[in-house]
Design a binder for this molecule. Structure first.
Ligand code: NAD
Length: 255
């Protein structure tokens, strides 16, 4: 990999295991020369992440995004470690399992709040804490999905959270443009990860996707990571408030 991100300091939020999209991004950014910090939710996953990163020089920080003090501590630590931050990858989403099946109309108030808080509001809070550290300009990106633009069976409350994530990307891009901070989204095609397993009939969805998608195959986390490198690098300096689909062209279909 070209050293497109040489000497850039980047925080990657949302590694749970080796299948995580954020893990592919972390590896590819590291190979591209970036200094990286990975955040994780809760001690349960720490051992796994330590094993994944044992041959890498990376920092690991706990950050549960439902807790303002953990977000604040994370960026406080980054400030003392790096002084300047060039990139943020938000690869975090969560909804209660029971909300990811059946009808959207049955979404509970609590389930709605949880999905919005973790999957969307977190990007707003994280961007606010990142901004003062991005005094050389920077790139913030979030992982999103087509279910925020179109109705996808069983995606329900998470689709609505992704729609507000997509809108937040635009509002944040408008706020932060004057500071030379760009904010974009990557809309990945369906990939078998821990989060995806929570969606009812996800395997069936993968099969149907593969049959219909123009490229006739699933996309990989590495393909998503390569687009993330582009968005974090100077090559995308003119792009902000955009959502790039890395889905083999699935989003263009009208049938
Ligand atoms: P994943 O389960 O590996 O990642 C989800 C991450 O969210 C996990 O690391 C989990 O710890 C983290 N998270 C959940 N609640 C949190 C909290 N309170 N605080 C901090 N972190 C929390 O699954 P993934 O598929 O790699 O998901 C990453 C992102 O990609 C998500 O935004 C997801 O919606 C998006 N995405 C996934 C797909 C797919 O098909 N897998 C497609 C498009 C977009």
């Amino acid at each position: 990999m070209y050293q497109l991100l040489k000497d850039k300091n980047i925080i990657i939020m949302g590694v749970a295991n080796q299948r995580s999209i954020a893990w592919a991004i972390a590896k590819t950014f590291y190979e591209s020369g970036a200094n990286i910090c990975i955040t994780y939710q809760g001690e349960k996953v720490l051992d796994k992440i330590k094993r994944l990163t044992e041959n890498m020089d990376v920092c690991l920080l706990p950050c549960d995004v439902t807790k303002d003090e953990e977000i604040e501590n994370t960026f406080h630590t980054l400030k003392s470690k790096w002084k300047v931050l060039h990139g943020v990858v938000h690869s975090i989403a969560h909804a209660k399992k029971e909300e990811l099946e059946g009808m959207y109309i049955d979404t509970s108030r609590e389930g709605y709040k949880i999905a919005q808080d973790i999957s969307t509001y977190s990007l707003v809070a994280i961007s606010r804490y990142a901004k003062p550290l991005m005094h050389e300009g920077g790139s913030i990106m979030a992982l999103t999905y087509l279910g925020g633009e179109r109705v996808v069976k069983n995606y329900n409350v998470m689709g609505v959270a992704k729609a507000s994530l997509d809108a937040s990307i635009k509002y944040l891009a408008a706020d932060l443009g004057m500071y030379n901070i760009r904010v974009n989204g990557i809309s990945a095609g369906p990939i078998k990860t821990l989060a995806a397993k929570g969606i009812r009939d996800f395997n069936m969805m993968l099969k149907e996707f593969e049959e219909k998608v123009p490229v006739k195959r699933l996309v990989t986390t590495e393909e998503v990571a390569n687009t993330a490198v582009f968005l974090a690098s100077h090559l995308s300096s003119g792009i902000t408030g955009e959502v790039i689909h890395v889905d083999g062209g699935y989003n263009i279909l009208g049938y």
